[in-house]
Write a protein that binds this ligand. Structure first.
Ligand code: SF4
Length: 280
């Protein structure tokens, strides 16, 4: 049985950076917390906990210490609160998310109504929106644009994980509403690249494993993409969940992982499949 690991499996640039910053902060200050989970990986969050870094939901009650800002950013008022409390801030916001926040801020300051293409309930979007003024609107699709009030100047940015097609549709609808339109393509291709590669791999193997947090949206999307092509597709968080029965009769097993899955978790999965292969 051959195990084929997707080239782009696991950490993207922003998650790698955030994780490094968090581990670097460990031990420097006795009171160090992350504002929300640093990334969507229970394994990384668990490892940080063993080093004394816990996730908190708000800064209430925290009067000193270090706060680490998660990769998908937080609302501007939380940064202001941390600054007012004189906390040490380790900003692990992914630079791509930061760019979207900065565009919303400057567009609002320049008098544009801002359209953010994304999922209104997602913490990244809530953070991005918080950098704008009153006229910031989150739309999931082009259809939502038709419900917006008339605006002379419209600025458009996107949640980093949006598809280019959806951004294009929204921009098309904005053009129909007239006025001046400024578009910033703030989509990050890390997710799309992983999905394309996973799709290709799933079509070539007899069984496909997708590793990543059960709470990770990009991992679940990878799972959907693979399952469309390969009915024997399984979602696991760690090697412990592997069921040897999945590989019966399989000659090729594909493995991919979400953008927040650490390398050590991927290595453990690959090693376990190879061990099972030897003991056959
Ligand atoms: S998926 Fe893209 S935007 Fe999100 S953390 Fe990774 S590199 Fe940054």
């Amino acid at each position: 049985m051959k195990v084929i690991l997707a080239k782009q499996a696991g950490f993207c640039f922003g998650v790698k950076r955030a994780t490094l910053l968090a581990f670097e902060a460990a031990g420097k200050d006795q009171k160090t917390f992350t504002l929300g989970p640093i990334i969507h990986s229970p394994q990384v969050v668990g490892k940080l906990e063993t080093l004394g870094i816990h996730a908190i939901d708000s800064l209430e009650g925290m009067e000193n210490g270090t706060i680490i800002i998660r990769s998908h950013g937080v609302e501007q008022k939380q940064i202001t609160e941390a600054q007012q409390k004189n906390l040490t801030i380790v900003d692990a916001t992914c630079p791509f998310v930061k760019k979207a926040q900065d565009h919303v801020k400057s567009l609002s300051e320049e008098g544009y109504g801002v359209v953010v293409v994304g999922d209104a309930d997602h913490p990244e979007v809530q953070g991005i929106v918080s950098y704008g003024g009153e006229k910031v609107y989150v739309v999931a699709s082009g259809e939502d644009v038709r419900k917006l009030p008339k605006m002379k100047k419209i600025g458009v940015v996107a949640q980093t994980t949006q598809s280019f097609e959806n951004l294009k549709n929204v921009v098309g609808e904005c053009l129909l509403r007239g006025g001046e339109i400024r578009v910033f393509n703030t989509i990050c291709d890390a997710t799309a690249v992983r999905q394309e590669e996973a799709k290709e791999l799933a079509g070539q193997v007899d069984c496909m494993l997708v590793i990543g947090g059960f709470n990770s949206a990009n991992t679940r999307r990878l799972l959907e993409v693979c399952a469309e092509l390969q009915p024997h597709t399984y979602h696991i968080e760690t090697a412990a969940e592997i069921n040897p029965a999945w590989f019966e009769g399989a000659d090729r097993v594909g493995v991919t992982a979400g953008a927040s899955t650490p390398k050590w978790v991927i290595d453990e999965v690959v090693n376990k499949i190879e061990e099972l292969n030897k003991s056959d």
